[in-house]
Ligand binder design. Structure first.
Ligand code: TYM
Length: 354
């Protein structure tokens, strides 16, 4: 049985990059059709998974990762609920997927310690995220931030997950996870951990800032105009796309011509992903059009897709007790599986387990 695990940090508003690069794919993987007969290598990863059979999905809110930078406790708790509401509003169904908060499942942290003893510092020194974040402030040169990728490996491996749907920026962490899994298997002379495969799916695997097409859309960008948040209302979405940085050319008739036009490429990518089509199909429709035509069309599309989700999030947030119940049930389920796996890991390593 395939098992899928992924997670997001509960810091501030989730944005269009989180949705198109990850969350939307989580919903697709949760709702995979039942297997078809022959497996064919030419199919897309989602289709390949569908052919192998339905996967068990675990989606978590990684609050232990969030505290690697300073957090306000009240706001953090609220962000966790908001993130849970976003998952459900986007289509994650707690009856089909296990939805839980990382800190409510202690086996993640316990496995992280064990895995850290198989992780050479040289591997962590290569991680670009630590270098980027710690370069911004000496106060962030912390063991927790440095060890962040080992906790991420533990999140995945404690479930013995086979597939991990993420955006492109997480690829390096996924490679490290595979290396750690291999190091553990080798050292314990076992094949306990499967090597998880990244699932980087769809047209928008790396959504860029609306202000600067060379920078990733991110929660931490100072400018709110750089991103579309999942809680933005229709007017704000229209305004943000209107102000988005672009060049002055019209849209080309082929995808290759977008390569040297980062901002144009980003907006076409966002349109394609929201409309569940390809960049080529978007250019077929808009080749020769200027931004005066394309930007309002993109804003309308984004509003049509996001407004129902934003409304659903608002309704879910109005009933925090029900959200908490979902997270408690999810944690119970996740704890049952992870405690079983942790016992097996401890046995392999020679640690005490009862
Ligand atoms: P985080 O919280 O930064 O992002 C959550 C997910 O959103 C994707 N993403 C994007 N995709 C496309 N374009 C963008 N601009 C963009 N920004 C973010 C990310 O790739 C990610 O899939 N380390 C992880 C959280 C994590 C995790 C895990 C993920 C912890 N444990 C285990 C998978 C499995 C992170 O910080 O994601």
């Amino acid at each position: 049985m395939n098992r899928i695990l992924s997670g997001m940090q509960p810091t501030g508003n989730l944005h269009l990059g989180n949705y198109l690069g990850a969350l939307r794919n989580w919903v697709k993987l949760q709702d995979l059709p039942t297997p078809k007969a022959s497996a064919d290598k030419s199919t897309k990863p989602t289709e390949a998974l569908a052919k192998e059979g339905k996967a068990e999905c675990y989606y978590c809110i990684v609050d232990l990762h969030a505290i690697t930078v300073p957090q306000d406790p009240q706001k953090l708790r609220q962000s966790v609920r908001e993130t849970a509401a976003a998952y459900i509003a986007a289509g994650i169904d707690p009856a089909k997927s296990t939805l839980f908060v990382q800190s409510a499942v202690p086996a993640h942290s316990e496995l992280m310690w064990i895995l850290s003893t198989y992780t050479p510092l040289g591997w962590l020194n290569r991680m670009t995220q630590y270098k980027d974040k710690s370069a911004k402030s000496r106060d962030l040169e912390l063991l927790g931030l440095y060890a962040y990728p080992v906790l991420m490996a533990a999140d995945i491996l404690i479930y013995r997950a086979t597939h991990v749907p993420v955006g492109e920026d997480q690829k390096q962490h996924l490679e490290l996870t595979r290396d750690i899994a291999q190091a553990f298997n080798r050292a314990t002379n076992s094949d306990f951990f499967p090597l998880p495969e990244p699932q980087i799916l769809g047209e928008a695997t790396r959504v860029m800032s609306l202000r600067d097409g060379t920078k990733k859309m991110s929660k931490s960008d100072e400018s709110d105009y750089s991103r579309i948040s999942l809680t933005d209302d229709a007017d704000t979405i229209v305004k943000k796309f209107k102000k988005a940085t672009t060049d002055s050319d019209v849209l080309p008739d082929n995808v290759k011509a977008l390569e040297a036009r980062a901002e144009a490429d980003n907006l076409v990518t966002i349109y394609a992903a929201l409309n569940d089509t390809t960049k080529a199909a978007v250019l077929k429709e808009y080749a020769g059009s200027g931004w005066g035509k394309f930007k309002p069309a993109l804003a309308d599309l984004a509003v049509a897709k996001l407004a129902p989700m934003t409304e659903k999030m608002r309704q879910l947030m109005a009933d925090p007790a029900s959200l908490d119940q979902i997270l408690i049930r999810g944690a119970e389920h996740a704890n049952a599986l992870t405690q079983k796996h942790l016992r097996e890991v401890k046995n392999l390593v020679g640690l005490w387990s009862f």
